[in-house]
Ligand binder design. Structure first.
Ligand code: SF4
Length: 244
């Protein structure tokens, strides 16, 4: 006899697959009307490193996996060159789970509608390191608008701190409270993250903005100081911090 154990809310599925199934039925925003299928995530959900991009494109939508088109192949090659294995060392997701028509940027309303899915993914993966790939991810996860070219390659530290909007401990579970966050970075203006993060724990969560591979496709130079050269160096720094 098969079936989920009594009391199993996921019907026997691993939580990350249950999330993908639930996401597949989502109609919280208008992108549900034009999608072929949702694109939720790939890689290792037990990894300490989470990579978040913007939204799926045509190739991603066709096969249901993020970062598998031209941008994804470039990203994959750069990860491998830095010594990172995308199946083992990281979990890959996007801010938005359905493809915006014409590959336009997702709207603020769409990002907000999709935020609970991203928060659930983050809560399941519980990453120690997060890569914010492109300006949309930087804004959606940290509330920082613009400045990706200045912030790329910098580690930003996310730490829980008591704040005026923090619920009393009795009103929130240990892992689902919405603490006020301080992001400590050399040139970062202490934004308030719109995301409900899991408790960062003693080590905090370190985040690094990265240039989006679609931008790198438009800037093919590999010369020292070029966007690709800088991104390769950023990924080496990520691998070193991850210690793999
Ligand atoms: S983009 Fe997100 S919120 Fe909108 S329908 Fe798809 S899964 Fe739901």
């Amino acid at each position: 006899m098969t079936g989920a154990p009594p009391g199993d809310p996921h019907g026997g599925q691993p939580p990350i697959e249950a999330l993908a199934s639930a996401c597949g039925a989502c109609r919280r925003c208008g992108l549900a009307d034009s999608r072929q299928q949702v694109v939720v995530g790939r890689g290792n959900p037990a990894a300490r490193l989470l990579l978040v991009g913007e939204a799926p494109g045509a190739e991603e939508e066709a096969c249901g996996q993020p970062f598998v088109g031209r941008s994804g192949r470039l990203l994959e090659a750069m990860l491998a060159a830095a010594g990172l294995n995308s199946e083992r060392d990281l979990y890959i997701a996007n801010v938005i789970k359905c493809r915006p028509p014409g590959n336009r940027k997702p709207s603020r309303a769409e990002i907000e509608a999709c935020r609970p899915w991203l928060e659930e993914q983050i809560a399941l993966v519980r990453p120690q390191l997060v890569l914010l790939v492109g300006a949309t991810a930087l804004e959606a996860l940290l509330g920082i608008r613009g400045g990706i070219t200045q912030l790329r390659g910098q580690w930003l530290q996310l730490e829980a701190s008591p704040g005026p909007d923090q619920p009393a401990p009795s009103q929130a579970s240990k892992h689902q409270r919405r603490p006020s966050k301080r992001v400590q970075g050399q040139r970062t203006p202490s934004p308030r993250s719109p995301i409900r993060w899991p408790d960062p724990g003693e080590g905090g969560i370190a985040l690094m903005p990265l240039l989006h591979p679609s931008y790198l496709l438009r800037h093919p130079s590999e010369a020292e100081g070029s966007p690709r050269w800088l991104t390769r160096a950023d990924l080496v720094a990520v691998r070193q911090r991850l210690g793999v």
